[in-house]
Design a protein around this ligand. Structure first.
Ligand code: 6SG
Length: 208
């Protein structure tokens, strides 16, 4: 099987979860890093279905939209639940993660200075639902008893939120345990500690 190829800016951004999922499954990823100068020329943008990166290639299959990529890899690597009901619950949890990720991205790119304090104050309200689900589902995963792409997505977002607000996720015991346990999975740990991953900034504008 040829390795997967990801074309994206040299940031964690919308591809942290995807990189973590692949690493945890022992999968190789070729990374095509696009510089902002290359992007500004416009021809790469013109070649993208929605005019945006990331782009993901699995053989002949070309995907845009980071959550479609996560779902694709979830399906292929057994991280999409054990039945249709679990799959639908995983979709629901991932949409919840995306709602919070979009709020975070808006803060980072549109209103960092003016909005940071209010964002941090409001953050517990957005973390509470994930805390409740994890506390109820004793497996340590959002849905069922095995890891899903939604878990990788939540984990990646929590790592980023911890940089913005070091104490925030830690005030929730189930979230803290979730982050600690996921980070301790041997292949995840190796990725997080690798220079290639560490050197990638979280966002494209230097804010975090
Ligand atoms: C931005 O938003 O870096 N893709 C981004 N931006 C370039 O011309 N729903 C999809 C998905 O989930 C969202 C894709 C996402 O896949 S990622 C993209 O393609 C564009 O729209 C975050 C990021 N932003 C910084 C950035 C790079 C190029 C334009 C924006 C920095 C700012 C301006 C130039 C360099 Fe810049």
């Amino acid at each position: 099987m040829p390795p997967y190829t990801l074309t994206y800016f040299a940031i964690k951004g919308r591809c942290g979860a995807l990189r973590i999922l692949l690493a945890d499954n022992g999968q190789q990823l070729n990374e095509n890093m696009v510089t902002y100068e290359e992007w500004m020329k416009g021809d790469i943008k013109a070649s993208c279905v929605f005019g945006q990166l990331p782009k993901f290639q699995d053989g002949d299959l070309v995907l845009f939209q980071s959550t479609a990529m996560l779902r694709h890899l979830g399906r292929k690597h057994g991280a999409y639940g054990k039945n249709d009901s679990e799959a639908s619950l995983i979709d629901m949890m991932n949409d919840g993660v995306e709602d919070l990720r979009l709020k975070y991205i808006k803060l980072i790119y549109q209103e960092y200075e003016a909005g940071k304090e209010a964002f941090i104050k409001d953050l517990p309200n957005h973390l509470k639902p994930f805390e409740a689900i994890l506390a109820k589902n004793k497996s340590g995963f959002l849905v069922g008893d095995q890891i899903s792409f939604a878990d990788y997505n939540l984990f990646d977002l929590l790592l980023n939120l911890k940089v913005l607000c070091p104490t925030c996720p830690d005030t929730f015991p189930a979230l803290k345990s979730f982050v600690d346990k996921t980070a301790a999975r041997p292949k995840v740990k190796a990725l997080l500690e690798s220079d290639d991953f560490k050197k990638l900034p979280i966002n494209g504008n230097g804010k975090q």
